[in-house]
Design a protein around this ligand. Structure first.
Ligand SMILES: *Cc1c(COP(=O)(O)O)cnc(C)c1O
Length: 476
């Protein structure tokens, strides 16, 4: 097969000088590598190959990326630049603390800001992801009950709209998961919750607004009831985009919370890069924070291991420091007013988009959306056979990244849309028009939509095989 990218002996690719005649002298024959089967490829073709691949990528810097729950918002480049400052980026975790006081001060300031944003009393910056933050929080809650001699608590309650990491976390921490259904308004079914409550309950895990984008307006009552049976409340704050500067988990009655800095606080994600899932707790849980704990003393900052009731380290060293720098820069650049504005804009954008789409897809919950909303392609599927997955695939042909589909699980044929605060009116209209035209096409010519995508380098993948046996060498 010949192609532009084929290699061959006529295409030398390197400017490395040939080895001198005597280069092999003294190297035992068995260790010599003389006839290596290296590709022959001109440097410029290598550069073009990788540039072409990079152009085939879709990211937030190329267009709107409305993945609900994931918050694929624009991350200001200045935060990237700051995190790359050599004095921050080149720090080694074994550097003596006396020499990294500035970095520790940054961590302390970030922790203070996150305490204020969440209404918590203490923060650990250690966990490296949302799921790890959850596990850290639930292990602290377990340790809290155990320390009080309250040994019979073996259940964690999770609503059916929860992110999958919540039940997984509870199970990994050794708890039995008790699922409570959503009510017709999209919130926690209070009667079902009441029936699930007992002295066996260690905690309730909740996202508010939940993954339907609906604010749980009975949260104070829910908190009271859970606390009433001696349970604690865990807030999944992976996505804090709706509430920054407006309300706080601590004020709603939650005892522990994790945040995804890589969702809400300006760290690019989606390529599986490093994240950060700091955990905040109220004072009664503070003794259980992971070690080492950053402490400010008269002689400067230090890491303390003297925490007899700590659940121990959950990660090597002190967290993904680069993410902490980005989050700190983001928070300082926006300030309290700016954070609030970001949330208000995120909610406004979601409500606008929901309004623009409410007449072409089903609206399972009428209540006002917060930062995200969920629509359903159920009626469309009944009428035309076109599913949410087909709509998503067809959107790719419009050059648009589709929203999250089939989550949350409580909505059939779900499309979960989070436009984020950084999108303009023009972009929101562009997305609305793309979705509207795909729905119209589905009614006119359903087969065309079911064949999609047609304009992408590859068509429909066997998604299970793509995950289990990825062919990373395949050429478009
Ligand atoms: C993304 C997300 C998580 C998990 O965060 P990771 O960093 O991917 O582990 C948990 N809960 C919610 C609501 C999320 O959106």
């Amino acid at each position: 097969m010949t192609s532009l990218f084929a290699s061959g002996p006529t295409r030398p690719g390197s400017y490395v000088p040939h080895a001198p005649e005597d280069a092999l002298e003294g190297i035992p024959a068995a260790q010599r590598r003389e006839d290596l089967d290296l590709p022959h490829m001109a440097e410029i073709e290598v550069a073009r190959h990788f540039t072409a691949l990079a152009h085939a990528n879709y990211g937030i810097d190329t267009g709107i990326y409305p993945l609900g729950s994931c918050t694929m918002k624009y991350n200001p480049k200045v935060n990237e630049a700051l995190s790359r400052l050599p004095g921050l980026a080149r720090l080694h975790p074994y550097t003596p603390v006396e020499r990294v006081q500035g970095a520790l001060e940054l961590m302390d300031r970030l922790a203070r800001a996150l305490r204020e944003i969440t209404g918590m009393d203490a923060i650990s910056l250690q966990p490296a992801a949302g799921a790890q933050g959850e596990l850290t929080g639930i292990l602290m809650i377990r340790a809290y009950h155990e320390a009080r001699g309250d040994a019979g608590r073996d259940q964690v309650i999770v609503p059916d709209s929860a992110h999958g990491t919540n039940p997984a976390t509870a199970a990994m921490a050794g708890f039995q998961v008790v699922t409570v259904p959503s009510d017709a308004r999209g919130g926690v079914d209070i009667d079902a919750l009441e029936r699930a409550l007992s002295p066996r309950v260690a905690a309730l895990m909740l996202t508010n607004p939940n993954t339907l984008g609906i604010f749980e307006d009975r949260i104070a009552e829910i908190a009271q009831r859970v606390h009433g049976v001696g349970g604690l409340l865990y807030y999944d704050g992976a996505n804090l985009n709706a509430i920054m500067g407006i309300t706080r988990p601590g004020d709603m009655g939650f005892d522990a919370v994790h945040l995804n800095l890589h969702k809400t606080f300006s760290t690019p994600h989606g390529g599986g890069g490093p994240g950060a899932g700091p955990v905040g707790v109220k004072a009664p849980l503070e003794p259980f924070l992971p070690t080492p704990v950053l402490e400010a003393t008269a002689d400067g900052y230090r890491f303390s291991w003297e925490r007899p009731r700590s659940i121990g380290p959950v990660r090597s060293f002190f967290g993904n420091f680069g993410m902490l720098v980005r989050a700190y820069a983001y928070i300082r650049a926006l300030g309290p007013e700016g954070l609030r504005e970001a949330s208000e804009q995120a909610v406004l954008n979601a409500r606008y988009l929901k309004h623009r789409l409410a007449d072409v897809l089903d609206v399972p919950y009428e209540r006002d959306a917060m930062h995200e909303f969920v629509l359903s392609a159920r009626s469309l599927q009944r009428a035309t056979g076109v599913r949410a997955l087909d709509l998503a695939k067809r959107l790719l042909d419009h050059g648009v990244h589709p929203p999250t589909v089939y989550f949350p699980l409580v909505v059939e044929e779900a499309l979960m849309i989070e436009p984020t605060e950084t999108e303009s009116l023009q972009r929101l209209d562009g997305l609305a028009e793309a979705i509207r035209s795909v729905v119209a096409e589905a009614r006119r010519d359903p087969d065309a939509v079911r064949r999609a995508p047609e304009r992408t380098p590859v068509g429909r993948l066997d998604e299970v095989r793509a995950v289990r046996a990825p062919d990373l060498g395949a050429r478009p």
